[in-house]
Design a protein around this ligand. Structure first.
Ligand code: PLP
Ligand code: COI
Length: 356
């Protein structure tokens, strides 16, 4: 499908950030956005890049009432030679359509997803920061805009992409965070929407997150919704635990997100000589293995979170340091290797990088 590029009037141009160390995460947005619309009996129409700006939506639009919405997250990296790289964007396109299917939304052809992202990033290349640890966060989104109050799949959708120059997701940067295992609220159940990247999963996690913050923890680690016994994931990242010679993570059983960084970490760990296990992890066994020192490191993985070291875990009011509570050596090596590939500092043996 042809993508039109609408003019960017002088008055729509924003002034750019000057201090890349103060970007934070997702607070500023670039000059342009991509949008395409899906209408029943017409399919995808009117793909265009236009100036970034608010939508005018009917207050009855389905997304506001019944949360028919999905999103993705990926990043563009500026390399030292000034070229631009995307990391496994085809995986985001595929996962977007898995979420779309779960939410009864139309499939976005992978070419439309990828072309929309690439054209927009290319036009906005001057917005990509280059300081260590910074990148351009890409947020593809689809929402239901038909104005009707009956509960049903919409007959009109917007698929749009916005861009945000970002630094680290956690204010602490690449430093260990403190996690509380959540034993009261649950995030997802088998057959639910846990595997989909849909706004409702995040809205329903806010209460547990706030209560954990009040107790001094950065994030909650969810347990399975049926037995409250097996480790699932953290709000914005998958979790890994490293023993002396193996890394262990929860299996993809439908209730956690199939993280693209998770998949990359599994492949990198194998390359670094660790065996990898995807299996149910009993929280009691986990805490015992941390206490006894068998588990040496814990870390999370995600596009926004990259590799985030976890220094301590609290379960039922008992807080235990993982290893010495600092950044473990595998965590550091995985961070260095993953970001090395993303920023073009080391070779990419996997074919993960797509240059613009
Ligand atoms: N789990 C959840 C709930 C997330 O929101 C994310 C972020 O995208 C992840 C895991 C990590 O997924 P990915 O590595 O694809 O970014
Ligand atoms: C991402 O890492 O891309 C995410 O979508 C996490 C988000 C909650 C910031």
């Amino acid at each position: 499908m042809d993508i039109k590029v609408l003019p960017l009037p002088e008055e729509s141009k924003k002034s750019k950030f000057t201090d890349e160390s103060k970007l934070g995460f997702g607070k500023i947005f670039t000059d342009r956005m991509f949008i395409a619309e899906w209408k029943v009996n017409q399919g995808w129409v009117d793909a265009r890049v236009q100036p970034y700006g608010p939508f005018s939506l009917d207050p009855a639009a389905l997304v506001f009432h019944y949360a028919q919405e999905i999103f993705e997250g990926l990043k563009a990296y500026k390399w030292q030679d000034g070229s631009i790289a995307l990391f496994r964007p085809e995986m985001n396109a595929r996962r977007f359509n898995i979420s779309a299917d779960r939410l009864c939304m139309p499939e976005v052809p992978e070419e439309l997803f990828l072309e929309g992202v690439k054209q927009l990033v290319s036009l906005e290349r001057d917005w990509i920061p280059s300081a260590e640890g910074t990148s351009l966060y890409i947020r593809p989104t689809m929402m239901a805009v038909e104005p009707v109050l009956g509960v049903k799949p919409s007959d009109h959708y917007y698929f749009y992409v916005i861009l945000s120059p970002v630094g680290a997701y956690y204010a602490s940067g690449f430093n260990p965070i403190k996690i509380m295992v959540e034993d009261s609220y649950v995030r997802a159940v088998p057959g639910g929407t846990g595997e989909a990247k849909t706004g409702g999963n995040y809205a329903s996690s806010l209460k547990a997150g706030l209560e954990a913050k009040k107790k001094g923890y950065d994030q909650v680690l969810w347990l399975d919704g049926v037995n409250k016994r097996y480790i699932e994931e953290v709000g914005a990242m998958n979790m890994f635990f490293a023993y002396a010679d193996k890394v262990v993570t929860a299996p993809l059983a439908g209730s956690i997100l199939n993280g693209i960084t998770r998949d990359s970490v599994l492949k990198l760990s194998d390359k670094l000589g660790f065996s990898v296990e995807e299996r149910p992890i009993d929280v009691n066994e986990l805490m015992a293995d941390i206490r006894s020192g068998k588990i040496k490191e814990a870390f999370g993985s995600g596009t926004a979170a990259v590799i985030t070291p976890v220094g301590s875990l609290c379960y039922k009011n008992e807080s235990v340091d993982v290893g010495n509570g600092g950044v473990g050596s595998l965590t550091q090596r995985l961070y260095d290797t993953l970001t090395g590939i993303q920023y073009g500092k080391i070779a990419d043996p996997f074919g993960w990088i797509q240059k613009l």
